[in-house]
Design a protein around this ligand. Structure first.
Ligand SMILES: NC(=O)c1ccc[n+]([C@@H]2O[C@H](COP(=O)([O-])OP(=O)(O)OC[C@H]3O[C@@H](n4cnc5c(N)ncnc54)[C@H](OP(=O)(O)O)[C@@H]3O)[C@@H](O)[C@H]2O)c1
Length: 346
């Protein structure tokens, strides 16, 4: 058996679609027939700069939705993961690079093997296109909150606030909804055109991150609302940390706190005493990581999707159909998007 896959032939080269051997899933894994792939910035960093890639040709990509075609021998008939089940999955190669069969994994192909821990059953009323926008966004949001002391299961009261900086991004939409579900009052920064959409996801107040008075406006609002603000999710920004001073100022004035940063901080990024910044990343221990993913995808996300309590956001925009469209979609994403998730349908 074979299927089509979009391979990066060598460092910095565009994706090329080729036929490759279809590998059957091993223990604890499922083979997914992919219907939609959502794109993330890391995908074009990997294509264009070779980040994390050990061997070529390589297959990259993370976010997929589709139908289970086969399951590993240890997955019993009582499992929700069976042939024909509609699922979303974090089908990343990050943790598989260096393995001889690394190209079994990676979202940019018609058939992908994924561990069941990073797979969630989706309800019939959720389209594959919308479902594909979720795995990275939800996984990163829950990881980031955990990294700054707010693990899955945290229950906050609404006098505790978090600030999502860059809430208009895909990671920001995940951070907004996950924090709201924990019980926090959520403040966010975004471009004003995105305010209404973010309110519908649960943000109570939105601020324009380009407003020179953003710091005093956030602090005044927190005071007026009687809130304690100790945690920030930095969903967007740059490695130099040019966006950090207002965030640090807000936390410093709130008596100190922690920032979960999706963006790696360069050596010259500003530091402020009493404000800790942690890069968002999962555990390096595979067992611990799998335990986290199972909790995030099986216990946290799947039941909320079934009850319609989680909204795929930002809205998906289908930028093409077929693996051949991936290069164009990645170029579009690299050019910059606002409050949209680019998806390729297969
Ligand atoms: N650590 C990890 O594991 C991990 C995983 C995934 C992604 N990331 C990183 O997280 C970042 C966001 O990824 P994404 O997929 O969510 O991106 P995205 O959806 O493409 O982000 C675009 C949005 O970012 C907002 N934005 C851009 N610059 C901003 C700034 N200076 N301040 C506030 N908001 C700003 C814009 O919001 P408005 O339209 O409202 O202006 C825009 O809509 C990327 O740097 C990505 O590499 C890290």
């Amino acid at each position: 058996m074979s299927h089509q896959a979009a391979l990066i032939p060598s460092k910095g080269q565009a994706l090329v679609v080729e036929s490759i051997k279809t590998v059957q899933p091993g223990p604890g894994e499922v083979l997914i027939s992919v219907s939609a792939i959502a794109l993330n910035p890391i995908d074009y960093y990997m294509r264009d700069a070779g980040f994390f890639i050990v061997n070529y040709p390589a297959i990259v990509g993370s976010d997929i939705a589709g139908t289970i075609e086969a399951v590993g021998s240890d997955i019993t008939s009582s499992s929700p993961f069976k042939k024909g089940t509609r699922v979303l999955a974090f089908g990343s190669t990050f943790y598989k690079q260096g393995q001889p069969d690394a190209n079994t994994y990676g979202a940019f192909q018609q058939k992908v093997v994924v561990p069941i821990e990073t797979t969630a059953v989706i309800p019939d009323n959720l389209s594959f296109v919308d479902a594909a926008t979720l795995p990275m966004s939800v996984g990163v949001a829950l990881t980031g909150w955990m990294n700054i002391g707010l693990p899955i299961g945290t229950r906050a009261d609404s006098r505790q606030a978090v600030l999502v900086w860059g809430a208009g991004s895909s990671m920001g939409a995940g951070a907004t909804q996950t924090a709201k579900a924990m019980g926090f009052t959520v403040y966010g920064t975004a471009s004003p055109k995105n305010f209404e959409g973010l309110k519908s996801l649960g943000a109570s107040r939105l601020f324009d991150y380009k407003d020179p008075e953003v710091v005093s406006k956030v602090l005044d609002a927190a005071k007026a609302d009687g809130l304690s603000l100790k945690h920030v999710f930095r969903a967007a920004g740059d490695m130099g940390g040019s966006d950090l001073p207002p965030v640090q100022e807000i936390l410093k004035a709130s008596g100190g706190g922690a920032i979960a940063s999706t963006v790696i901080l360069g050596e010259k990024a500003p530091q402020v005493e009493g404000v800790e910044t942690k890069f968002v990343q999962g555990s390096e221990d595979a067992d611990e990581r799998n335990k986290f993913f199972a909790q995030a995808f099986h216990e946290w996300l799947a039941p909320r999707l079934a009850k319609g309590e989680y909204t795929p956001a930002p809205k998906a925009r289908v930028a093409g159909s077929g693996l051949d469209s991936l290069n164009k979609g990645l170029d579009e994403l690299r050019g910059g998007v606002s409050n949209v998730k680019i998806v390729i349908e297969l």
